[in-house]
Design a binder for this molecule. Structure first.
Ligand code: SF4
Length: 545
């Protein structure tokens, strides 16, 4: 291991430099922008608008505001896919009481118009620190399952919020009708705690997309393999990513550890070996100090590795316990490297655990050399017939500036002006794509960006810009018997050396105006998200628009 810089100082209860910030300025944001070490605390709003859950949350916030070692409370947006009070009102009350807030903003319940409305309301309430997330799939609802929205995903939500900062939000972002600018400070999440190469690399690729879309800070998903925590920091450094990153330290108890071990909390992983270790702790209240000690060690490791903060959380975590973990972490700080070595918990089967960097034989941790991924086996590398056939077809007809493209474009132009021909194109496309990719006729085709897999049929969240964080051992969060579409896409692309297209491809957003239109027509006539070049003479005159 290379020599690490000294850990950043812990926040203390004395006034810090961010006290100089104007009253309207976020303490959390100012501290991150000034390079200070921050602590945030994740809290889950109660299921109902009042009662003890709300009272105790507000009491905790007042206590932490006075203590000052926690920079912000981070309020979740219906985790687990259920329904609870939205965090916005509570966050405003907490902020008015003197503690800064981060509001979680997911895509599971809102359309893009709903997201804009909520964004404007948050701006109006002075709630500008936002953690943009795709969100968990709905798991319950009044009169049955709620309709999953996922009209946006984390990447396009970040882009939307950043466009709102520029006053650029309109129904058609290309027209850019000015609106009063907002001042959101938008964060993104990433999980380094994935088992397979494909699952992990697509997480990292999506992080690049989130940062390119405008994310200003990063919070890691909760997880317990400290070698993976080390990996994420090294990955960011290797790729020159200097956005501040906070490491997640979630305080467990025996029951929650068992639930996570059974993969019943999307994206949260407690490996068998760690669960066995926790089972050596005394039962009940007597075991609590051991869980807090474990969290304090994790805190010290995260800080020692050079993260810019710790994102604390825990089911039923009390304010006094938060303070205890922060204090104990300070005492443990000098021995953080020892704790790093003792907290390596790969996901089982551990021989399949992918690490981005080579193993240091002496410590069992990472070296600074990335593994040669070309030499790793590709479980999806064999069955490439469909991919190769569709790729050849795409190259022949869908690549701009080819003869095939010009012919197909002209044919679509002719068909567009004739009801019968247009219907014929629609049916030929429908039949051929239903058989090959289970097409759902979105009219704004994303196949070329996803190794010719259809996000509308193969991903329950219809994600077009990268995987959600909910996969486990390469399987889908919603349908655990299916491979995640991004795992399949990565393996297909890796077989032909093109997997980085999942990182570098265009940001894709579906236009619902095109639903049930033949996507061949919408593509060739420049109406879908690709906006291919169309001869001037074919474009509608302003009076026709
Ligand atoms: S047109 Fe839409 S629904 Fe059909 S294959 Fe393409 S992405 Fe899937």
């Amino acid at each position: 291991m290379t020599e690490e810089p000294p850990a950043a100082p812990l926040p203390d209860r004395a006034a810090d430099s961010t006290d100089e910030a104007p009253a309207t300025r976020s303490r959390f944001r100012a501290a991150l922008e000034q390079g200070e070490f921050v602590v945030t605390l994740e809290a889950v709003p109660a299921a109902s608008p009042g009662g003890r859950g709300v009272d105790s949350l507000l009491q905790d916030a007042a206590d932490l505001a006075a203590d000052r070692r926690v920079h912000a409370m981070s309020l979740t947006d219906n985790p687990g896919g259920g329904h609870a009070i939205m965090p916005d009102e509570l966050a405003q009350e907490i902020q008015n009481a003197g503690l800064d807030c981060i509001v979680h903003f997911t895509c599971k319940d809102l359309t893009r118009n709903g997201a804009i409305s909520r964004g404007y309301a948050l701006e109006r309430m002075g709630l500008r620190n936002i953690l943009a997330l795709t969100g968990d799939y709905p798991n319950d609802g009044y009169w049955g399952l709620s309709k999953p929205s996922f009209d946006l995903d984390a990447v396009t939500l970040i882009k939307l919020l950043r466009d709102m900062n520029e006053g650029l939000v309109d129904v058609d972002p290309r027209k850019g009708t000015p609106a009063p600018p907002c001042d959101f400070f938008v964060g993104a999440c990433v999980s380094p705690f994935k088992l397979t190469e494909a699952e992990q690399m697509t997480q990292y690729y999506k992080l690049h997309r989130k940062l390119n879309a405008g994310a200003s800070f990063v919070i890691s998903q909760l997880g317990y393999d400290m070698r993976k925590v080390q990996e994420l920091k090294q990955y960011l450094d290797l790729h020159g990513i200097d956005a501040p990153v906070l490491g997640n330290v979630y305080v467990l108890n025996a029951g929650v550890a068992r639930t996570m071990n059974k993969n019943q909390v999307p994206g949260a992983v407690v490996p068998d070996a760690l669960l066995s270790y926790f089972e050596t702790f005394p039962k009940g209240k007597e075991g609590r100090p051991r869980f807090l000690e474990h969290a304090a060690k994790m805190f010290a490791v995260v800080r020692g590795l050079g993260y810019q903060g710790v994102h604390l959380g825990g089911f039923g975590l009390k304010v006094e316990e938060v303070k205890e973990v922060i204090e104990r972490a300070g005492e443990l700080q000098p021995s953080w490297q020892e704790h790093l070595r003792e907290m390596v918990y790969p996901i089982e089967p551990k021989e399949r655990q992918f690490y981005y960097f080579e193993t240091d034989a002496a410590t069992g941790l990472n070296t600074t050399t990335p593994v040669d991924r070309k030499k790793l086996p590709n479980p999806g590398g064999g069955a490439q017939v469909q991919y190769r056939a569709m790729s050849a077809l795409h190259g022949a007809f869908f690549q701009q500036n080819t003869t095939g493209f010009r012919l197909a474009q002209r044919a679509c132009h002719v068909a567009d002006g004739n009801r019968l021909l247009k219907g014929a194109v629609h049916w030929v496309e429908k039949l051929s794509k239903e058989v090959t990719v289970d097409c759902r006729e979105c009219g704004d085709c994303a196949l070329p960006h996803l190794a010719y897999l259809c996000p509308d049929s193969a991903c329950p969240k219809n994600l077009r810009n990268g995987p959600c964080g909910g996969s486990f051992r390469g399987k889908c969060e919603v349908y655990p018997d299916r491979d995640c579409i991004y795992v399949r896409a990565y393996n297909r692309l890796k077989a032909v050396g093109r997997e980085e297209e999942l990182r570098d491809g265009p940001m894709v957003t579906r236009n619902w105006e095109l639903y049930r239109q033949p996507s061949w027509l919408t593509y060739f006539l420049g109406r879908d998200h690709m906006h291919v070049d169309v001869p001037e003479a074919w474009k509608p005159k302003p009076s026709e628009e």
